[in-house]
Write a protein of this length. Structure first.
Length: 307
């Protein structure tokens, strides 16, 4: 094992130590105001980015920016061969940038993009696209892949599938997490939006979910048709209204599995992937907790489901 992987393992453990954790997220959810929530967040690794945030969206954005910054820090410590893992993990943020650019091209106000730095895959080119058609043409020439005309309305899911497939390929330790996330994305599209996944989307999730699910007529049948590792998050979910619980369960499982991997793995790619899993799960918890601040308690059920 190279000294760079050892250094990256030490660094990721240090970053993980700065999480809020389930108890911290629960305290945050009970905060009486956004000001109190910001003061709490400042105690953890999110502090540097929450100082100027005064709205729920601002605090949630600061949380995600913290996660991206952590990925960029890790990329600076990992050996050259590990950059692909960090770039694939950060592709989630590039996906969000692409979707924001599409909205901007359709006439909405510009949104501040996430700063990817060396973790950029294609954003530096995509951001210059002068039209939606030009952006899709650039996507087709990039690692993101083509978006057929008849699947343009599934762009977000196509990008999500491309990101998850890529991350699972370069980070085998995260394959189960990627499969569960792909299953949730497809379930929302099929059973909440009531849109049949197009052939390109079905092809992109096939390495993670197989083919059997494609004929499922309802959510229970969909869950039963998934590979066992992806099926677990949908246990007991009988209708689309329960998918929020499945998502919370997924993040709780990522946290548990990543913590176990971090304890057991030797310094190397798996330790870094485990750390990324823990950092991402914490960021998700914090965003859910911010949504619960000042609520009557209903939003806190999300955190309880992830426990």
């Amino acid at each position: 094992m190279t000294a760079a992987w050892v250094a990256a393992a030490v660094r990721v453990r240090a970053l993980v130590a700065g999480r809020a954790g389930p108890d911290g997220a629960a305290r945050l959810a009970r905060a009486g105001s956004l000001s109190e929530a910001g003061d709490l967040l400042a105690r953890w690794s999110y502090g540097a980015r929450v100082r100027d945030a005064a709205t729920p969206d601002g605090l949630q954005r600061a949380t995600r920016e913290t996660l991206l910054w952590q990925l960029r820090v890790l990329a600076g410590w990992a050996p050259a061969g590990g950059t692909g893992v960090l770039r694939a993990a950060a592709a989630e943020f590039e996906r969000d940038n692409i979707l924001a650019r599409v909205r901007e091209l359709s006439g909405t106000s510009p949104e501040r993009p996430y700063e990817l730095g060396a973790l950029d895959t294609a954003w530096s080119t995509l951001r210059l696209a002068p039209s939606a058609d030009a952006l899709r043409a650039t996507l087709a020439r990039s690692a993101w892949g083509a978006v057929p005309d008849d699947e343009a309305d599934q762009l977000a899911d196509l990008l999500t599938a491309a990101w998850l497939q890529r991350y699972a390929r370069v980070a085998p330790a995260a394959r189960g997490w990627a499969a569960r996330q792909a299953a949730l994305a497809v379930a929302r599209l099929a059973f909440v939006d009531r849109v049949r996944p197009g052939p390109t989307l079905r092809e992109r999730v096939r390495p993670l979910l197989g083919r059997a699910w494609e004929q499922a007529a309802d959510l229970p049948a969909f869950a039963d048709s998934l590979p066992r590792g992806a099926r677990v998050v949908l246990g007991g979910v009988t209708d689309a209204g329960g998918l929020w619980r499945a998502e919370a369960r997924h993040h709780g499982l990522v946290e548990t599995e990543a913590a176990s991997l971090l304890r057991s793995a030797r310094p190397g790619p798996d330790v870094v992937v485990a750390g990324i899993g823990l950092l991402a799960a914490d960021a998700w918890r914090i965003q859910a907790a911010v949504a619960a601040v000042g609520s009557a308690g209903g939003a806190r059920e999300v955190l309880d489901a992830a426990a």
